[in-house]
Design a protein around this ligand. Structure first.
Ligand SMILES: Cc1cc2nc3c(=O)[nH]c(=O)nc-3n(C[C@H](O)[C@H](O)[C@H](O)COP(=O)(O)OP(=O)(O)OC[C@H]3O[C@@H](n4cnc5c(N)ncnc54)[C@H](O)[C@@H]3O)c2cc1C
Length: 414
């Protein structure tokens, strides 16, 4: 339990300098309360900066109801946070930091310039102006017997008493950027309920032939649709694109379906997806086109001219069909419309964009204060929720950081 109630307003410690921790520090320091932020890495916001490399997708512009539904089973816990700090608030926050945002063609919201660095620079300037002390290279590794927080540094052990603490330690992917989930046993020892981490927004392993993976790893599969069953056996179908990898398949379309696929693999040992390689053509039209005489043309040329199928798509068909089966027009057309691929396992957690699991919402109150540790709050990806890519991850991290920050302020008012 944080020590020294007389000094409550003197030293709030935020541990973890990702978007959730920075937001908590921002809110608390703006209320005139001293904040010290500790991070294990040499600098803060490393995953946030990485997210900016492919275009920082801050949030999404779709209608509120649709947005909220993205959090699936976790929506009950996340939606109240979004009611206070949702997509519009994220855009206003970026604007306040001098970064304008725009809505891309998919409805996703990005900062102009697409990068995270200008936003992070401006945010850190504001935190410093509010006298937030940033301590890098300080790894939190538990408590001393007197309740002081224990940090490991290059110069040895360092102990700090805190009047309140916000944990914003991240999930368990991309450990080299700091989020290594080493906090799990530390919190479990304090009777805090933590659900096991699972890969979210992840790729999957497929047993490709040696030829296919050597020849096509890294190639995009564009203009396709994928169908699979959700947890209630309802068929879900989504259009988009993904990428063939040495180990299997990844990319935005797969990430969007990854929670269902991961859960099915956990329950049944594997999951099957059906790829529609020609989503703009009906099965009838396709069968008709493929049935036209091909004369002396090779099957590859015929597929190209009759169905617009070539390159990696043609080779995918060869992964599934025997050579003689290419002469069966009905089977060929049906396979183009629903090419079955068996996914064997998710890629390792460390490669995932995010993780599901974490501190259970049963373990925190509405202010995100740990029931088992009054004065300690949690925010960000370390809480047990998940969402697809599309800006939903950062939005919920920021919203929970904000709620935890206000939780600290309210805690001091008691
Ligand atoms: C490649 C990639 C692209 C992404 N793109 C997007 C995107 O475009 N849009 C989107 O919404 N989301 C995106 N995400 C996800 C998003 O970046 C994360 O969900 C978000 O950063 C999580 O924020 P957080 O503050 O909870 O944790 P993190 O950002 O993981 O920060 C946790 C911090 O805690 C520190 N820490 C951990 N343990 C300790 C310890 N023991 N002691 C001290 N410090 C510790 C870490 O060093 C780290 O700085 C992307 C993720 C990846 C990997």
């Amino acid at each position: 339990m944080p020590s020294n109630s007389e000094n409550k307003r003197d030293a709030v410690i935020v541990i973890g300098g990702g978007p959730a921790g920075l937001m908590a520090a921002d809110v608390i320091s703006a209320a005139g309360i001293n904040v010290a932020l500790y991070d294990a890495m040499p600098s803060v916001g490393r995953k946030f900066l990485l997210a900016g490399i492919g275009g920082l997708n801050l949030t999404h512009s779709e209608p509120r109801e649709q947005f909220n539904a993205r959090y699936g089973d976790g929506a009950n816990a996340i939606v109240p946070l979004l009611d206070e700090f949702g997509a519009d608030a994220v855009r206003a926050w970026a604007y306040e930091l001098g970064v304008e945002t725009f809505i891309g063609s998919s409805g996703r919201v990005f900062p102009r310039g697409m990068k995270a660095a200008p936003l992070l620079r401006s945010w850190l300037r504001r935190l410093r102006a509010n006298r937030v002390q940033l301590h890098a290279r300080q790894r939190w590794c538990g408590w001393r017997d007197d309740g002081a927080l224990h940090f490991q540094t290059a110069d040895g052990d360092h102990f700090v008493q805190a009047s309140a603490v916000v944990f914003a330690l991240g999930g368990g992917s991309w450990a080299r950027l700091g989020s290594d989930a080493a906090w799990i046993p530390l919190l479990q020892q304090r009777e805090i309920p933590v659900t096991a981490l699972r890969a979210a927004n992840c790729g999957f392993n497929i047993e490709w032939s040696e030829f296919f993976k050597q020849r096509f790893a890294g190639q995009p599969l564009k203009s396709i649709a994928i169908s699979c069953s959700d947890n209630n056996e309802k068929i879900i179908r989504q259009r988009g694109e993904c990428v063939v990898t040495l180990h299997g398949i990844e990319g935005s379309l797969i990430y969007a379906l990854s929670a269902q696929l991961r859960d099915r693999i956990a329950a049944e040992g594997s999951a099957t997806i059906y790829i529609d390689l020609a989503p703009d053509r009906s099965l009838e039209k396709l069968t008709e086109a493929l049935a036209r005489p091909r004369g002396s043309r090779s099957i590859s040329k015929h597929l190209h001219s009759a169905a617009g199928i070539d390159g990696v798509k043609t080779s995918l068909l060869h992964e599934i069909l025997q050579p003689a089966e290419f002469n069966d027009t009905g089977l060929l057309a049906a396979t183009i419309k629903a090419l079955p691929l068996q996914l064997l396992s998710p890629r390792p957690i460390d490669e995932a964009i995010s993780t599901a699991g974490g501190v259970s919402f049963d373990g925190v109150d509405s202010q995100l204060m740990l029931r088992a540790l009054p004065g300690y709050f949690c925010a960000g990806e370390m809480l047990d929720w998940e969402a697809p890519t599309g800006g939903y991850l950062l939005t919920a991290c920021l919203a929970s950081g904000r709620r935890a920050g206000h939780g600290v302020i309210n805690y001091f008012k008691k």
